[in-house]
Design a protein around this ligand. Structure first.
Ligand code: BG6
Ligand code: MG
Length: 220
């Protein structure tokens, strides 16, 4: 194991809830509609544009290209507004310790988030220097569940994806890691049973168990 590829929203900090809250607010304002909870899982890990398309399909609404772009931009404004007070205190339990431990063991660390707000959020959390690379989601053609962002993150570290673990809280993200050929570490419940190893919460994540998971996978 040489590299660790981290998802951001829902793994490093709990911004996943803010994403969905912003979508709900947008849809209420523009279409006077409510979104069911299952759409939260379906949009987790999925790019801004793909999430909007999933939501519009659910509502059975078609919009022009211009309206689509305006809705995506407005959702981002609502979302970024809720990040104003984000600070080091919002790093999820166990993550700071894990980042330090990985570094001490010589593991390179990259961000593999679908979020274009990734660098801004890492800065707010005071974690920019903990990362050796940040894969740019604007430069990839296919978002999660395609493997592209994890492949880009491993490439940025100059490490083979086979020598990396990926850490994710979303169904699409775990699928993306599996397709990239890295060892998938899921953080969540049964919906992540396609992960090579699953932990219930970020507090359960630790270097030794992640390494064991990587070794077990590579013995198979
Ligand atoms: C992912 C989130 O990390 O980033 C998704 O799980 C979100 O919910 C996606 O849609 C894109 O984020 P952003 O910040 O570029 O709109
Ligand atoms: Mg996530």
């Amino acid at each position: 194991m040489k590299g660790a590829l981290f998802d951001l929203d829902g793994v490093i900090t709990d911004t996943a809830i803010y994403h969905f809250a912003a979508w709900c607010q947008l849809v209420k304002t523009h279409f006077d509609a409510d979104l069911p909870d299952e759409l939260e899982e379906k949009t987790k890990g999925v790019s801004r544009e793909d999430s909007l398309q999933i939501i519009l399909d659910y509502l059975d609404i078609k919009v022009s290209k211009e309206k689509f772009a305006a809705l995506a931009a407005e959702k981002n404004q609502l979302y970024v507004h809720t990040l104003e007070n984000l600070s080091q205190n919002d790093i999820l339990p166990g993550i700071s310790e894990l980042l330090i431990d990985l570094k001490q063991h010589g593991i390179k660390i990259a961000l593999a988030s679908a979020s274009k707000n990734g660098p801004f959020i890492l800065k707010k959390l005071g974690l920019t220097n903990s990362f050796d690379a940040i894969a740019d989601p604007a430069k990839i053609t296919s978002g999660k569940p395609a493997p592209d962002i994890f492949l880009a993150a491993a490439f940025a570290l100059a490490i083979s994806p086979y020598d990396c673990v990926g850490i994710e809280d979303s169904i699409a993200g775990v699928t993306a890691i599996n397709k990239a050929g890295s060892v998938s570490i899921g953080v969540g419940e049964d919906e992540l049973n396609h992960a090579n190893k699953r932990f219930k919460t970020t507090s359960d994540l630790n270097y030794q168990d992640i390494k064991k998971a990587w070794q077990a996978y590579h013995r198979n």
